[in-house]
Design a protein around this ligand. Structure first.
Ligand code: FMN
Length: 175
């Protein structure tokens, strides 16, 4: 049994909000379907073989497409791509997310967004169900370096922008 001091979900969310992350868009393609969502639950796992991990809620629409293709892509958003993060975080059909979107396809067919800091495509190597999330490890078989720009950041449940390589602009009233 958890000790009485275990945090409530809200307390835990606030603490984790103090862990600054970048923002990515995870994408997938199978048959005629493209799908994608905004993800900050992303990390690199190992260099050899190059592999990454993403944490996806069980009910996201992108998961079944990844399950069918066995592949996914990750696009690393730049500071001026907040609108893309908002677009891919919306709960709306995939067609709307990809409408008039500037993207290209990785060799395996996965869409990667244009104008990002970089992107990769990988094959699913492992999958675990953990509470209400699915953890996916992907082995990277394609990567591309994009613009040499500043990253879009997420901190205290809000977007932060890098003003310069050594300066952050944090959300007002949250310093
Ligand atoms: C900054 C940010 C980070 C997010 N990170 C994740 C994440 O790591 N995993 C996840 O499942 N959803 C995450 N979301 C929520 C999804 O983007 C959102 O639920 C999306 O609508 C799911 O799309 P889909 O159902 O079309 O796949 C995040 C949202 C935002 C704004």
């Amino acid at each position: 049994m958890a000790p009485a001091s275990a945090p409530s979900p809200e307390e835990f969310r606030r603490l984790m909000g103090r862990w600054a992350t970048g923002v990515s868009v995870v994408t997938a393609h199978e048959g005629r379907d493209d799908a994608g969502l905004t993800v900050n639950g992303f990390l690199s796992v190992s260099l050899a073989p190059p592999s990454v991990l993403v944490s996806l809620a069980r009910d996201v629409d992108t998961l079944p497409v990844i399950a069918r293709s066995g592949r996914f892509g990750v696009s690393l958003l730049a500071a001026d791509q907040r609108a893309l993060s908002e677009r891919f975080a919306r709960n709306e059909p995939s067609e709307a997310k990809f409408r008039e979107l500037a993207f290209h396809r990785a060799p395996g067919g996965t869409p990667l967004l244009d104008g990002t800091l970089g992107g990769l495509e990988c094959q699913v190597a492992a999958r675990w169900a953990v509470s209400d999330h699915i953890l996916l490890v992907g082995e990277v078989d394609h990567q591309e370096t994009g613009r040499d720009g500043l990253p879009l950041l997420f901190f205290r449940s809000a977007y932060s922008e890098a003003e310069a390589p050594d300066r952050l602009r944090l959300p007002a009233g949250r310093r």
